[in-house]
Each structure stands twice: as C-alpha cells, then as structure tokens.
Design a protein around this ligand. Structure first.
Ligand code: ADP
Ligand code: MG
Ligand code: MG
Length: 212
C-alpha cells in the first residue's frame, strides 16, 4: 500500500466535491435537529481548503503540512461546532505524517487513529449521544480490530467505512445528548444526525481515493 502527497490532496479534493454534492442534504438534516446550517458550514470550510489546495499547497509534498494546513484553514473559516472538531482531526492526524511524502498503510492507520481520537478528545461525546462520534467510534474500533488481524490497511479501512455507515444510521434512533440538538430531547428521535452523516461522507471519500 502506498499513498502519496498527491493522493492526500486528491482525498481533500474529493471531500470538497462530496460536501458540495451533499450540501443541501446536510442542511436539511440540520433543519430537523439544529439550526439548518451544517451543509453551509461544511461548504464554507471546505471551499477554504480548496483555496489552499489551489495555491499554497499546490507544490507541497509534506503530508503532515498538507493535513495541518487543511485543519487550520477549516478552523479559521468555520464558526460553528464542527470547526474545532474536524480541525482537531486534521491537526492531530497531520502530526503523524510530518516530513513524509509517501505514506505506508501504517502511516495511514496512525493518521486515522489520531484523527478520530482527536475529535473524541475535543468534543467529549460518547457513543449514543447522537453526534459524529456515533460514526467515528465504530469506524475506529473496526479499523483497530481488522488492521490487527489482517495487517492490511486498505481492507481494514473499507470494513471501518461499513461500520461507520451503521453508526451513522443508528443516530436516527437516538436522543441527542450533545450540541444544539440536545435541546430537543425526545423530539430529536427519528432524524439522522448531520455531523454523523458528514463524518461518514469524509471516510467514504478517503476510501474512494484509496481504491481508485
Ligand atoms: P452548529 O450546531 O454549531 O450549528 P453544525 O450544524 O455545523 O454546528 O454541526 C452540528 C453537528 O456537530 C452535530 O450534528 C453533531 O454531529 C456535531 N457535534 C455537536 N457537538 C459535538 C460534540 N461535543 N462532539 C462531537 N460532535 C458534536
Ligand atoms: Mg447547525
Ligand atoms: Mg450553526
């Protein structure tokens, strides 16, 4: 398994595209649970990342710098809850990649582990709180188990994406305990969480670039 700085940039580019494709859908989900801006928020943040990809990052080959720049850019562009959450993921993940132009399966494993642990630490949400952690935590658990048993990052990651989908879908039947939607209490039942959905889209974007 080899993944270059070019592939990492292709992943970020793919996230930009999937966020644009799902912008209205993400806001629609957030209209039922929050303030209806999740698609807009994500779009603002990822368009800012796109600006970096097309300029400062054009000739950058240090994967750590690319990820850290994406995290910082997202943080300064986005005002809402997800700003510091996703930013922490890319900053922590990027720390694992510093000085590397070509990534091995182990580097990618370290990246995603640090990414998800970073989001967890930053948001302090648990599985069952109806947040992006309901998507990311099952993905991390599957990734750890499958990588330990098969040693293949690509195989383990694809299984992790499948777990993340189940986790995302599980948020429909949860009562929100964190963030804006927690004010709704039982009225949050029946609706899929927007952040859980965008997290799944990000993992899927990575899988599609990895397998292409
Ligand atoms: P805001 O609520 O500020 O408008 P967004 O609409 O962009 O922010 O994002 C809302 C999403 O943030 C929720 O759907 C949820 O998944 C996620 N979220 C909220 N609080 C937390 C938290 N403490 N930890 C992880 N994710 C969270
Ligand atoms: Mg919102
Ligand atoms: Mg908001």
């Amino acid at each position: 398994m080899s993944f270059s700085a070019k592939d990492l940039k292709a992943f970020l580019q793919r996230v930009v595209e999937t966020v644009e494709e799902n912008k209205d859908y993400l806001s629609e989900l957030d209209r039922k649970l929050g303030d209806g801006d999740h698609g807009v928020t994500m779009s603002i943040g990822w368009q800012a990342v796109l600006g970096k990809l097309n300029n400062e990052l054009k000739d950058e080959n240090d994967c750590g710098k690319i990820s850290i720049s994406a995290g910082r850019t997202f943080l300064s562009a986005v005002g809402s809850t997800v700003g510091p959450l996703y930013a922490t993921g890319f900053l922590r993940g990027g720390k694992e990649l510093q000085g590397k132009n070509e990534l091995t399966g182990e580097d990618l494993y370290n990246f995603w582990t640090a990414f998800i642990e970073g989001v967890k630490e930053r948001g302090q949400a648990e599985v069952g709180d109806k947040t992006m952690i309901d998507t990311l935590q099952p993905a991390l658990e599957t990734l750890k188990q499958e990588y330990a048993s098969s040693g293949s990052f690509a195989e383990a990651f694809s299984k992790a994406v499948a777990s993340s989908k189940e986790g995302m879908e599980s948020t429909k039947d949860l009562i929100s305990k964190k963030g804006r939607s927690s004010r709704l209490g039982e009225r949050s039942l029946g609706n899929q969480d927007p952040g859980a959905t965008s997290s799944h889209l990000i993992l899927k974007a990575f899988e599609s670039v990895m397998t292409s």
